[in-house]
Design a protein around this ligand. Structure first.
Ligand SMILES: Cc1cc2nc3c(=O)[nH]c(=O)nc-3n(C[C@H](O)[C@H](O)[C@H](O)COP(=O)(O)OP(=O)(O)OC[C@H]3O[C@@H](n4cnc5c(N)ncnc54)[C@H](O)[C@@H]3O)c2cc1C
Length: 196
């Protein structure tokens, strides 16, 4: 078990055991899919390339062993970023998906018809079955069972997705987002107009 997984367990106690074990990693940071094999889209680029390069060249895990192409030259961070043409890792896929989900909720009808509500429920159920990071999807489905989607209004859906995202944030030890700010973040932009 990695220290990251251990940290999550010790921080959140047994109630988060499910969440953390869902993301059980090999000691090298590679997350396994439900087929028991290393899952690229469930793993960070950094951990994936570390392993792959080790396998290919028998190199050490130091950051300095990454190719220049794998380093994001625009960033001052020493964490390597995937070149644009690489398949998504768990973080890139996550960011893109949350962007889509929050934006979809922001533009959902204020008062959706019965048919629209049904379609949205059906979409979210299907989404949770096919999200390509298996352990993420499994966790999402578990949470959806405990807290079924709210689709009766734009406000309710936006709030529900925000809360689901916060559950993942909590599991990963990230900051909890203030759900009163979803419209500012995903629809209207900040009051100082820097996005206009
Ligand atoms: C359904 C789903 C399940 C996932 N499960 C896992 C998992 O089990 N393990 C794992 O390692 N990764 C998981 N991920 C990926 C993870 O949530 C992040 O997307 C990824 O770690 C990148 O994080 P980030 O810090 O760049 O920002 P993200 O968490 O991707 O957030 C993007 C932006 O959304 C805004 N934001 C943050 N929180 C909220 C919120 N609650 N409401 C509204 N806006 C918000 C912030 O402005 C943030 O910059 C999952 C992603 C999805 C879509």
């Amino acid at each position: 078990m990695t220290s990251e997984v251990r940290d999550v367990e010790s921080k959140h106690g047994s109630s988060s055991r499910n969440a953390s074990t869902v993301l059980e990693k090999t000691p090298k940071g590679i997350v396994l899919g439900k087929d028991g094999k290393p899952c690229r889209v469930c793993t960070t680029f950094r951990d994936w390339t570390k392993q792959e390069r080790k396998k290919q060249h028998g190199v050490t895990e130091a950051v300095g062993t990454f190719s220049a192409a794998a380093l994001n030259s625009a960033s001052t961070s020493s964490i390597p970023q995937a070149p644009q043409e690489c398949p998504p890792d768990v973080e890139q896929l996550g960011r893109a998906t949350w962007t889509f989900l929050h934006t979809m909720a922001a533009y959902y009808p204020e008062v959706p018809s019965y048919e629209q509500q049904r379609s949205m429920k059906s979409f979210l159920t299907t989404f949770s079955q096919f999200y390509p990071c298996d352990p993420c999807a499994e966790h999402f489905r578990d949470e959806m069972r405990k807290k079924p989607p709210r689709v009766e209004s734009r406000w309710a859906l936006g709030r529900w997705i925000c809360e689901m995202h916060n559950l993942v944030n909590e599991q990963l030890g990230k900051e909890i987002f203030d759900c009163d700010k979803i419209d500012e973040r995903w629809k209207d932009g900040p009051k100082d107009k820097r996005c206009d």
